[in-house]
Structure formats: C-alpha cells, structure tokens
Design a protein around this ligand. Structure first.
Ligand code: NOJ
Length: 549
C-alpha cells in the first residue's frame, strides 16, 4: 500500500476493475471466471495496483450478466465455486492485493427466492420486501418513474393484479429499503463475505436504494418521444423522488459501522454528475468511504472542463473521491477522447493527473493497454439494454470485450476456445499484455512506470499530503492545467501542439506520460531552466525547484 502515514489502507491506493466475465477464462467455456482471475493476478500486482474490484459472480440468470442476483451468498458455477474464491482471495492477499466485491443491494433477480415469495401473493410476509403498488385509476403504472435502461419502470404482474418497480430490467425488481427486514438481510450478507476475507464492497446504484415513501411522480422536464436513448429518457425528468433520498445515508451509516469494525472499505457507485451531490453519501464522515466520480467519463476534451472535472469533486469530497475514466458500462476513454494514438495519449495524460489526486483512482481492465472499445457487430450484440431501447449507442458490449493476453491464439489467450461470450473485438498482437510487456514504450510499460514511481512518492515526500492546489488557467497557455501536491507539480497539456510552461527555477521533470523527447523535438523547443516543454497531449510530473527534497 502506498501510504506510510496514519490514513486508512486505501489512502492513495490504486484500484483495478475486473469485469470477471471478460478477464480470463480458466475452465475453457468462453467466459472469465475465478480460476482464470487467480492465474492472472500477477499481472495486476506487477502493474502496481493495490486493490481489485470484482464485478458480480453470484448465481444469476445472467439477464444483466450478473447484476441480477439470485442469491447473494454463493457463486454461479459459470465463475467457479466458493473454494475458487477462497483461493483467489488467498493468492491476491499473498501478492499484497486487496479484493473488494460488487454488492447489488438496489434490486435482485426476479428468480431470487425473496422475489418468488413476494410475487406469490399480496399477503405473503415478503410482499413488502419489494415495491408493489395498485395500478393508477386509468389502469396504468402507479407513477411516471422510468427505468434507467429505458422504458417504464413499472411492470404489471397479472397473477396478483399489482405493478412492481424496477429501476433497470423487469427481471431486476427493486427491493424496498424502507423495510427493516431488507436492511437486516443485507447486514448478514455483508458479514458473510467479510468473514470470507473480502476487503470491502463496491456498492451498485448507491444513490437509488431508498425511494420516496409515497412513491410520488417525478417532475417532467419534457415529454418522452419515440427513439429516445435511455439517457434521453432519464434526462426527461427531474429525479426528485426515485433517487437521492436522504434515508439512503442511514443504510450506509450502518454499513459503515460494520465495515470499520473489519477495516473494510465501502466504495459507492455514486452516479451523480454534480460534485456537491457526491458529498451527500460521504458526510459527515459516517457514510461510505469513497464515492465514484463519473465526470471524467463524460467530459469534453477541453482545458477548462477538465480542470473543473478534477478540482470540483476534490473541493467537495476531498480524499473520498473514487476517480474513474472507463468501466464496463461506458465507452473506454481513448475512444471517447478521439480514438487512435491521439485518444490513447489523451487518456494516458488524464489518468496521470487523476492518479495524483487525493482519493482512489481506478483503472478498468485494459486501460493499462491503452485499449479503446472492441468492435462488436450488431449480430453479436448481447447487452440487454440495446434490445430494450433499440438505440445502438446504448450498447455496452464494446467496452466488455475480453482482455487480450497473448499473441498467437484466436482469442489472444483469453480462452482456449476460438470465440468467447463476446468476440475479441478486433484486437491485435500489439494490444496484448505479453507484447506490451516486451516493449519499453508501450502503454503498459508507461502505466507500470507511473504506478511504481507514484508509489515511491507516496511512501516518501507525499505521505500524508492529502490535498492539492490548482493553478489558474493562464492566458499564455490556455491549453494547460496544473496542480501542486506537496513538492510535486502535475501538468497536462490538452493541446495538440507543444506547450512551454513556466515552473519555479531549478524544477526537474520526474515523470512524462509520453516517451522522452527526441533530440529533434528538444532542439525545436526554446525551453530554458525555468520552463518545461510538454508535447501534445502530454502530462508531466515535476519536482518544483527551490523545494527541499
Ligand atoms: C450498474 C452496473 O455497473 C451496471 O452494469 C448494471 O447494469 C446496473 N448497475 C444495474 O445493476
């Protein structure tokens, strides 16, 4: 762990998201699993990562690829057994890696025994574990809430004559978090996994657990029209009543006590795109420990926008921010930032900056290889979301294509089969971990250098330095953003041209996100001792002159 000060073990750690279905297939069925993950843990440890987040592996009908959980205290045979998890945890811990697992408390599968019982009769004692309501007077849904996957959030249940609510698919009914029995059931589930040795949880849909007690309709901002994407449908309402209810924090206060008693971390999928809202789940220091900040996934490539994407959440939530640029739900950063070499360099530059911010930065598997989304042809689409809305951009298959490990096999070492649950998506030998390990200028080599170098800083001159100070954007260099952390200055040139940036006299460059300058580039630069030259899209970490080391 990087931090030698008194902070928690995750202070200034680096996280790594393992989308288990696509990481590594150990048993030759075309789907990633725990034995495959265990085999490849060395790659993650060598990278300089401190903790991994493993996406859901629970028994599931897999309608939403595991985010539809049929029981929370077991493993789907597709991913292995509880013994395989134990082995994976033991190996990870041996390598110095912590492991957090995905907890999905907002909803279950409709095949979960709780829902089967709840749906069996309006009088069943578990009826109130889910959100059941009578139809509106016109026979339609009880309110206007929409599903985050598009379409109505309510489905009519013929057998019992009521609607049930689902924030995602109808096969993922939402739990009623105002029912104390649900609250108690999850405490048992968390304890089960903590007893097994996990180091914490990534909490799915953190902002959504508790709903308005009266289930009031949300204010409508514009009418829904045909052909809207799921995001356009969602943005057609002010989400006053279906998410962000203050009582959700009460749930996390209880979880926090449990986690703290086991030295475990709670990382929330806080899908709020406003920095002040992020704080809601963390304050007053008895909510979750870390809240994901998703704006780096949505921002334009523009200096002012990027500066506020970094500075705003830090101002609001300090070292409790979980930084993410890519995930299994969104297009990968290099593609979003323009694709090709430029997109990959921009993504690397931004990650260099994120990695130096207080909080917990996460890589999504394959970020270290500079990967953009894989290409998935429509006849291989498998994400349920695209079938719900019919809008191709809603599809999440491209960011979920399998990890490329080695050249020379049809699936680049992900599986022994010729194909996987998703295709490899057009990966080449140069994309693989093995090829990039052999190339000192590959994205992988850069990421290893960055993470190992930052580890030494955090163990020495940055230990306990928990905040950063941003500089203003300078008229002379409007494409450049920078902040200071302790004796280090982190600078990003967002432009596609060279930038020459003043620094205190005697500063030295400690890390460059791109390869070292060639002599030709250096000769064309007018750099003097108190100016650093940044290539197009490059991030630098500079030790400021005039400071004690
Ligand atoms: C967020 C998860 O990251 C996503 O993959 C899933 O579909 C939804 N929550 C529903 O659980």
């Amino acid at each position: 762990m990087p931090n030698s000060s008194d902070g928690p073990w995750w202070a200034d750690a680096i996280g790594y998201e393992v989308y288990i279905r696509s990481f590594n297939d150990g048993n030759g069925d075309g789907v990633g699993d725990f034995s495959g993950l265990t085999e490849r843990l060395d790659h993650i440890a060598d990278l300089g990562v401190d903790l991994i987040w493993v996406t859901p592996f629970y028994p599931s009908p897999m309608v939403d690829f595991g985010y539809d959980v049929a029981t929370f205290v077991d493993v789907d045979p597709l991913f292995g057994t509880l013994d395989d998890i134990d082995r994976c945890l033991a190996r990870a811990h041996e390598l110095g890696l912590k492991v957090i697992i995905d907890m999905v408390p907002n909803h279950t599968s409709d095949q979960h025994q709780w829902f089967v019982e709840s749906a069996s009769s309006p009088d069943h004692p578990k009826r109130d574990w889910y959100l059941w309501r009578d139809p509106a007077p016109d026979g339609g849904p009880p309110n206007n809430w929409v599903s985050q996957f598009g379409g109505p959030g309510w489905t009519f249940h013929e057998a019992t004559g009521q609607y049930f609510f689902h924030a995602f698919l109808p096969e993922q009914p939402d739990l009623n978090w105002r029912n104390p029995e649900v609250v108690a059931a999850f405490e048992e589930i968390l304890t089960f996994w903590l007893d097994r040795g996990v180091d914490g949880f990534r909490i799915d849909v953190t902002q959504g657990l508790v709903k308005d007690a009266a289930l009031r309709s949300n204010p409508e901002l514009r009418p829904l029209t045909d052909g809207m994407s799921r995001f356009e449908q969602w943005d057609s309402f002010e989400h006053r009543h279906d998410i962000m209810q203050p009582e959700t924090l009460d749930v996390f206060r209880r979880w926090r006590r449990l986690a703290d008693s086991r030295n475990a971390v709670l990382v929330g999928e806080t899908y709020v795109l406003d920095a002040a809202a992020l704080r809601h789940f963390l304050e007053p220091n008895d909510g979750i420990h870390i809240g994901f900040w998703f704006e780096p996934m949505h921002t334009e490539w523009d200096a002012a926008a990027l500066r506020s994407v970094l500075a705003d959440p830090h101002r609001e939530a300090g070292a409790n921010v979980g930084w993410v640029m890519s995930s299994h739900d969104d297009p990968r950063a290099p593609g979003r930032f323009g694709g090709g070499r430029e997109g990959a360099e921009r993504a690397r530059g931004l990650f260099t900056m994120l990695s130096m911010m207080p909080g917990l930065p996460f890589l999504y598997m394959g970020d270290e290889l500079g990967l953009s989304d894989g290409q998935v042809e429509p006849d291989r689409f498998i994400d349920p979301v695209v079938f719900r809305t019919g809008v191709v951009t809603d599809n999440r298959d491209g960011c979920r294509t399998p990890m490329p490990w080695e050249p020379g096999s049809p699936m680049f070492g992900f599986t022994s089969l010729d194909d996987g649950w998703l295709p490899h998506g057009g990966r080449t030998d140069a994309d693989t971990v093995a090829a990039q390990s052999a190339d000192s200028d590959s994205p992988l080599a850069h990421m290893r250098r960055l993470l190992h170098t930052r580890r030494t800083w955090f163990a020495s001159d940055l230990a306990g330095v928990g905040s950063v100070t941003f500089g203003p954007i300078d008229e002379e260099n409007p494409s450049v953003i920078w902040f200071d952390r302790g004796p280090l200055r982190c600078v990003l040139n967002t432009a596609d041209t060279l930038a020459e940036v003043p620094v205190p006299a005697g500063s030295t460059v400690e890390y460059r996100s791109l390869a070292d300058f060639t002599e030709v580039e250096l000769a064309s630069s007018t750099a003097s001792p108190d100016v650093v030259s940044l290539r197009a899209r490059e991030a630098l970490i500079v030790r400021r002159g005039g400071e004690a080391t």
